[in-house]
Write a protein that binds this ligand. Structure first.
Ligand SMILES: *[C@@H]1O[C@H](CO)[C@@H](O)[C@H](O)[C@H]1NC(C)=O
Length: 423
């Protein structure tokens, strides 16, 4: 009994997303919301009728985090699935939609960037993440339209997000809670990495059986998602959860997709590459991942073994720890390094990656289409040129990356692993 209780608590803890975005939302203090405590039953698992639906999700207690793998046309990064939504299905797999037209908001972007909400919730991080990972099919409309659709159709159906559950005068905060939770949940469900860790990468020729894909995902993640195909092309995944407490800050506990919830042929399934990925190495590249000697693709003025004097026009950014480098979103990883383009001089420059401008948002180094350019300097240290922000060459992260993991890099030394970044 004791042991199983400990294991149960450990697995509960393990399911709380440890994303840096979570820390921006201290739901209890933010909006004067009353915490739900830990004694509420798990959604769909109550044995008596629950009356406080601010702390017990009902009737939508079977929560699906749905993802797209869009290849026609391709959307989002070539090495990541993208967000579809977070749907509160009923416990019997039926569902409600469009639950509260009075809370259909006209611009999710505006809500997330309203200064008041921005200050309180740090939701510009969420927005910039959405701009990269929550993509509409351009034939169906803009990303904003997909976000509005997901909020209107599904977000308004969460009992735990009803305005009466949130004692605040900030209009739209229910949507901020929703979008923040969708992003945080998605960040724990890296389908691309789950599959690649099991040797399954996009290919225009290889075919898979449904059971082999599900086995691979189950081996990598621990639970079985539902898979959906467009014809024989794999194009969606849905991860199932029950919720203890509120969607705002409760615990999502994973469970296996019900049998029959996948909609793919049993064999002959293709996991097609997104256009531009080709399933192989990018065309301009460098391999700075741990182990080998780093190389760069800088154009003549590169820093490789250089004097550390002038700013190169472009190059990779390596960790001073000898492990890994920055990827195009500004995260630290042992995967293939991104190439950054610099503009300015060592005393003040901006930089971009293939994803967009680089800057610092809520303390984190980030590159993307919605990012405001930060001004960086380059500081000579021996033969090296170090990246500096606001005069400091110190950066830190929660952990040293390995394998397919990516770590957010923060300015300053608040996180446990400190590093410098070598241009
Ligand atoms: C669980 O609580 C919900 C919400 O009050 C209720 O509709 C449902 O009947 C309850 N289930 C059981 C088995 O009591």
């Amino acid at each position: 009994m004791m042991l199983s209780a400990v294991v149960a608590i450990a697995s509960l803890l393990a399911t709380v997303p440890a994303s840096p975005l979570v820390s921006h939302l201290d739901a209890g203090s933010l909006f004067g919301r009353t915490s739900c405590g830990t004694n509420t039953p798990l959604s769909c698992h109550n044995t008596t009728k629950q009356t406080n639906l601010c702390c017990f999700e009902s009737p939508g207690g079977s929560i699906l985090q749905t993802q797209f793998w869009d290849t026609d046309p391709s959307t989002g990064p070539t090495n990541s699935w993208t967000i579809h939504g977070l749907w509160p299905d009923h416990c019997d797999n039926s569902y409600s939609e469009n639950c509260d037209p009075s809370r259909y908001y006209s611009s999710i972007t505006d809500w997330l960037t309203t200064p008041q909400i921005l200050e309180n919730a740090g939701a510009t991080d969420v927005l910039s993440y959405m701009q990269t990972y929550w993509k509409n099919d351009p034939d169906d409309g803009s990303d904003e339209e997909l976000w509005e659709h997901e909020w209107d159709t599904h977000g308004t159906c969460y009992s735990t997000l009803e305005p009466s559950c949130i004692s605040s005068s900030v209009q739209g905060q229910d949507a901020v809670y929703f979008f923040t939770r969708v992003v945080n949940t998605f960040q724990t469900l890296n389908t691309y990495n789950f599959l690649s860790s099991q040797g399954i990468t996009p290919s225009s020729s290889t075919t898979h059986t449904l059971s082999s894909l599900q086995s691979a995902l189950t081996a990598a993640y621990g639970f079985t998602p539902a898979l959906t195909c467009d014809g024989s092309d794999l194009n969606q995944a849905a991860y199932y959860f029950n919720l203890q407490g509120s969607l705002i800050d409760g615990t999502l506990l994973p469970y296996n997709a019900p049998s029959g919830s996948s909609d793919c042929p049993s064999s002959g399934i293709k996991y097609l590459p997104k256009s531009g990925s080709g399933g192989g190495a990018p065309t301009t590249t460098s391999s700075g991942s741990g182990g080998g000697s780093p190389t760069t693709t800088s154009s003549g003025s590169g820093p490789t073994g250089g004097s550390g004097g002038s700013l190169p026009s472009k190059g990779t950014i390596e960790s001073s720890t000898g492990t890994g480098c920055l990827l195009s979103y500004g995260t630290w990883s042992t995967q293939t390094c991104a190439t950054f383009t610099y503009s300015g001089s060592t005393s003040a420059f901006t930089m971009t990656s293939s994803k967009g401008k680089c800057g610092v948002q809520s303390g984190a180094l980030t590159c993307g289409s919605g990012v405001t350019s930060g001004t960086f300097t380059a500081v000579s240290s021996g033969s090296q040129l170090l990246l500096a922000y606001q005069g400091s060459t110190s950066f830190s992260a929660d952990a040293v990356p390995s394998g397919e993991t990516q770590e957010t890099v923060y300015t300053g030394t608040s996180y446990s692993k400190t590093l410098s970044l070598v241009l």
